[in-house]
Design a protein around this ligand. Structure first.
Ligand SMILES: Nc1ncnc2c1ncn2[C@@H]1O[C@H](COP(=O)(O)OP(=O)(O)OP(=O)(O)O)[C@@H](O)[C@H]1O
Length: 359
């Protein structure tokens, strides 16, 4: 099969950056699609494969849209288009022909549209032309002496090629939010290393099942998406004891999140990542207030990226459904360490003092 692949944003870049991004995009397509061949032309990538890879191409960041297409030479275009239309136009009532052209020719794109339109009308007399809202559009791209014919423009995931912006780590719980946050940063060109903090016995075995299933979905977008698991239950157990003694149980989530960030910063150093992604959304749960986020954020010295900070829950769920994580993210896996009344106004000085003792 032959695919015409369209990408965006890349053409806004300088020649050097463009070359790097296209190379990355091609490498990423190969990693996801498997064995295939490429041909490059300005603004276009042609992919040649022996099978249908529609579902795989929908998982490649940087692809805006793609079309399975068929190739012919310019001098055989008319016969070829008629053959192409067989089986496609019988059940519709209106159609249009859209032609794009690159190269030196003694005709315009509109000339070809009119000629092919008339030919189709002659061969399918039940049809009417509708340029505004056709039931079927036949597309032709003429590139010098080569023509590409297709009738589908399939939407890609968009974004920019994974990896062109470097690496991040993410606090990846497997819940609804952090996988969406992680996916959004992947979409903007970041390779993301997910870290899951295993909080057993404060959660069930299902939490592990949940994170594994959700990670498997994101692995379809990046075959190297492998979760690093960090033991966190012992820390939580100790911190809960200390906080109970000090009657500061309401601070549990603050200490928990600060510790996660500190560990994530160490992992980031090890893997060469330049920041940490989290799924925080302002005001969503009691711990996600501006006061708390201020105190939590000061646990590490590298940037924290919170792409969902201004999103509503409904908007986040919509993305989770679209990318395929929602079904698994909703596997119940509550954290039993969360206090009855978590603080909404954490005090940094208090936190630092207790952390010092704790160390
Ligand atoms: N067990 C965990 N492992 C890794 N990261 C975690 C874990 N628990 C929480 N986080 C990180 O902390 C953020 C805030 O967590 P919190 O539990 O307050 O919110 P949440 O709405 O339940 O988030 P999520 O839906 O991502 O689980 C999460 O989005 C995630 O980035």
């Amino acid at each position: 099969m032959l695919y015409l692949i369209r990408y965006s944003e890349i053409f806004l870049k300088s020649e050097q950056v463009r070359r790097r991004w296209i190379n990355k995009l091609i490498r990423n397509i190969r990693r996801i699609v498997g064995d295939c061949k490429f041909r490059l032309e300005r603004g276009r990538i042609w992919l040649i494969t022996d099978r249908n890879v529609d579902d795989k191409l929908k998982k490649v960041f940087g692809i805006v849209s793609f079309s399975p297409c068929e190739h012919c030479k310019l001098d055989e275009l008319e016969d070829f288009v008629l053959k192409f239309c067989k089986g496609k136009l019988e059940s519709v009532r209106t159609f249009a022909v859209r032609v794009k052209r690159v190269g030196e020719h003694d005709f315009t794109s509109q000339d070809v549209e009119r000629r092919l339109g008339a030919l189709i009308l002659k061969n399918f007399p039940h049809l009417k032309v509708d340029l505004e809202n056709p039931e079927k559009t036949i597309y032709v791209e003429i590139r010098n002496e080569d023509c590409y014919v297709f009738d589908e423009i399939i939407k890609g995931v968009g974004g920019i090629p994974l990896g062109v912006e470097g690496k991040l780590v993410s606090l990846f719980s497997g819940g609804i939010d952090s996988p969406v946050a992680t996916w959004l940063m992947m979409k903007r060109g970041c390779e993301v290393v997910p870290i899951y903090f295993d909080i057993r016995p404060f959660t069930s075995e299902r939490a592990i099942e949940r994170v594994e299933k959700v990670a498997k979905v994101l692995k379809e977008y990046d075959p190297d998406f492998d979760v690093i698991v960090k033991e966190h239950g012992n820390f939580l157990m100790k911190v809960k004891d200390i906080l109970k003694e000090k009657r500061l149980e309401s601070y549990t989530c603050i200490f928990c999140k600060r510790r996660m960030l500190k560990v994530a910063e160490e992992v980031a150093k090890d893997v060469g990542a330049k920041g940490i992604v989290t799924g925080d959304s302002l005001g969503q749960v009691a711990s996600q207030t501006l006061d708390n986020l201020l105190v939590i954020s000061q646990a590490c010295s590298i940037p924290i990226y919170r792409p969902l900070i201004g999103f509503d829950k409904i908007e986040i769920e919509e993305i989770a459904r679209k990318i395929g994580t929602f079904e698994y993210s909703t596997i119940p896996a509550d954290c039993l360490a969360v206090p009855k009344r978590p603080t909404t106004k954490a005090d940094l000085e208090k936190v630092l003092k207790i952390e010092e003792e704790f160390e």
